[in-house]
Each structure stands twice: as C-alpha cells, then as structure tokens.
Design a protein around this ligand. Sequence first.
Ligand code: NAD
Ligand code: MG
Length: 476
Amino acid sequence: MAFEYAPAPESRAIVDLAPSYGLFIDGEFTESAGGDLVKTVSPSTEEVLCEYTRATAEDVDRAVQAARRAFEKWSALPGAERAKYLFRIARIVQERSRELAVLETLDNGKPIKETRDADLPLVAAHFFYYAGWADKLDHAGFGPSPKPLGVAGQVIPWNFPLLMLAWKIAPALATGNTVVLKPAETTPLSALFFADICRQAGLPQGVVNIVTGDGRTGADLVAHPDVAKVAFTGSTSVGKEIARTVAGTRKKLTLELGGKGANIVFDDAPIDQAVEGIVTGIFFNQGQVCCAGSRLLVQESIHDELLESLKRRLSTLRLGDPLDKNTDIGAINSAEQLARISALAERGEAEGAERWSPACELPSSGYWFAPTLFTNVTQAHTIAREEIFGPVLSVLTFRTPEEAVAKANNTPYGLSAGIWTEKGSRILAVASRLRAGVVWSNTFNKFDPASPFGGYKESGFGREGGRHGLEAYLDV
Ligand code: NAD
Ligand code: MG
C-alpha cells in the first residue's frame, strides 16, 4: 500500500528572478552585441521563467578576450591565493544552497529532493575539493610547477546544470586557467546566478565569464582561436562535431558523452537492496543521466522475483510537482527531450519488447513521462543499444558471468556499470573486465569529487574529478 502524503511544496519566494538577463563578461552583466532574447521555461508547468540572451560570435569573442586578459594575473597568483577564492565560492554556494536548489528545480524540472540533497552538496564539495589542490599542484604527480593552459572554453548540458558547471570551473580555476562557460539553452539560470556568486566572492574580473545561448554559441566558443582548452559534456553527436572542429589545432580536449550503462544483478544479490539501486540507477533525474543504469542485466534464475519486487517498488514512486519535497519523479527537461524519449519507447514496443508502467497520473501541462520498464528485450533491440536519456529501463537476462560481461560490454559506449552480488571476489573479477569508466558495486550513481569520472569508447575521453581531473587543465 502506498502512503498518502499531504502536499509539501518548497517555497519559490527565495528565488529572485529578473525579467531578463545579459551576459556575464569581464566581471559584470553586459548587453549583447545584437544577440536576441530567448525564453527559458519551467518544464513542469511550461511557465516562462524569464528571458536570457543568445550570445553572438562577437559576444563570445569579447568574453574570450576578457578571459585572456585575466589569465595573466590569475595564473601568476600563488596557488594558496587562488584557493581562497575557491573556498569562498564553495562557502557561498552552501549559504545560498536553498535558493540555488529551488532555482535549479524551476529551470530544469528535477525534484527538489535531488537538487537539495544531491546536486547542491556535490557542487559545494567540488569547489572545496579543488580549492584544496590549488596550492599542491607541485605534488600532484605532473612534475614540478605544472603550468595552466590559458582560456578554457566549456560547454555543458541541461541535466545537471550547476553540477556540470562545478565539474568544469573548479579544476580550471584551481590550476590557474580562466574560463568562458556556456550553459545549455534550456537551463541557463543557475550559471547566471553562479556569475553573481563570483562577484560576491570578489573573484577578479574576467576569470569566469558566462555566455548563454544555444549550439551556435557553443560552436563559436569551441572554434575561437584563443581558446586553449575545450571541455564538453553532452551528446555523442555534438561531441564528434567538436572533435572535428578542434582537430589540427593545439587545443586540448576532453569529452564526456553519452552512455548505456549495464546494471548487472547476480542471483546471490540482496534483492531489496538491488531494487533500490536499480531505481536510483535509472529513475534518478528522470533517467536523464549519462551514467544511468539503463540496461538491467539480471541473472535468469531470479528474473521473475526481481521484476516483481521492482514493479512493486515503482508503484510507490510519486511523480509530480518537482518543488514538492515528497516528489520522486519530476518533469522531463524539454518538449524535444520528451519527444525523443517517447519515440524510442514506441520503437521498443514496435520491435516487440514488452512495455510496463505503474499506474501514474501525469499532470496536464508540462513535459512528463511515466517510469517505464521493458522486458523481453534482446541485444538487437534499439532500446538496448541507443541512449534513451529518460526514465526507461530495458531488462535483459544472462546465465553466466561470462555472458553478463559480454552483454554489458556489447555497446559503443563505456561510461558506467553496476554489479550486484554478495561475493567480493566476483565483484573484482567482473569489474576488471567491464569496459566502463565507473563501476559501482552494490550501489549506483554515487559521486565524490575525489573520484575520477569519464568514459571509454564513444562515451568520450579524459577524466573529470579527483587528481586525474587536474590533468585536463595542465600543460602536461
Ligand atoms: P547537446 O549535446 O545537443 O547539447 C549539450 C550542449 O552542447 C548544450 O549546451 C548545447 O547548446 C551545446 N551544443 C549543441 N550543439 C553544439 C555545437 N555544434 N557545438 C558546440 N556546442 C553545442 O544535447 P541535447 O540536444 O541537449 O540532448 C541530446 C541528447 O544528448 C540527449 O538525448 C542525450 O542522449 C544526450 N545528452 C547527454 C548528456 C550527458 O551528460 N552526457 C547531457 C545532455 C544530453
Ligand atoms: Mg528551463
């Protein structure tokens, strides 16, 4: 039986939105040179939140030049001085975390429970972590006094807007680089609020610049000749395009792209714990997670039992107002993403997989997709091969560890995987054969700034987080 919960909405009064936003260049909000204003909406209601600016090539150039000028002094600061700014930013993020959590939930559609308990604490942790590295670079294993690269051009997606910003900006600043960052077109607001935090922290002007806009602005930034380092998180197709743009230049590149993670459950796994991990793996952030456990590989002998538990658990998930503190499943980020998810789910049905969703009422406005399971899925099915980036789980079976490993690795991606078993020896044996950047065992979607993250194959290259994450921003 599911409990009834009274509504528990978080107040949005804490967020003070301006009707429109300019670009954050050289330490202040400025008007664009001819860029148009674009609306950003709340995906859960389709309400227009405010307008922001689509930066033109001229604006991007202005931002890169500001970052270039700022680089001279910023890179020459002792690491301990740079660390002070990063510590200050981390503390301000903590102080303003409720405001930022509400803002992120409004602009992105994800539940407040997640922005409050996952996104924001991880954002602050990331700045604290890299603040700690800023004065220790000589001892990071990259030789004596490793040098920064210059201006980093960073393009991020909409699924974890502020967290991806933190993953990009914290290591760049700690190592002495300056930054021009472009947030995604559907979620520009937390980056604009972060600009204000930079101001509040007294960060020297030009060290961080935020240019909003769509793929055109991103392409202008990536192609700019004075950008020394490009960091991108997003789709594999855009990642390939960026790799082509950067090819033949001296720009250093890291790409964090899509995934089709396998979550492998062996017959000796604790079922209830595995069910929680499967739910976290694919329904956290509505499955709009590059490292989602979107392929469940379950040992044949426990398939029926596991599916029964999983369906029971899914029937208790609450979908609805993302600002409600009891909400488990929020809105899909955009109409385009919802259309992509719907099309792939229909494809799954058309190809013969069996579709199941719990009884679940969808709100009448906004972009919504019920948690969905597909059983009778084979490796040839589109839904077992393509990244859906939504709350859709494809269930496959296996009989032996060999078969599990072969199926898990049978993908062009290689970002994440999960292993559920009681045996430590099996965890080690299987994990060492999985071609995935992150392998979780008896847990899923756990993050820590000290732990490197990144992919194999078409999931990209380079690592973010940890000591490894410094390398992408150093001339080594
Ligand atoms: P996208 O790759 O198009 O967008 C990501 C970012 O890149 C955005 O800021 C966008 O403005 C920018 N961009 C787009 N075209 C660009 C270009 N030519 N040059 C430079 N920057 C460019 O992703 P999307 O359209 O928002 O989503 C499409 C699919 O991508 C999703 O369905 C999902 O499969 C995948 N995706 C993956 C991640 C991830 O974290 N790996 C994040 C978002 C989306
Ligand atoms: Mg939005």
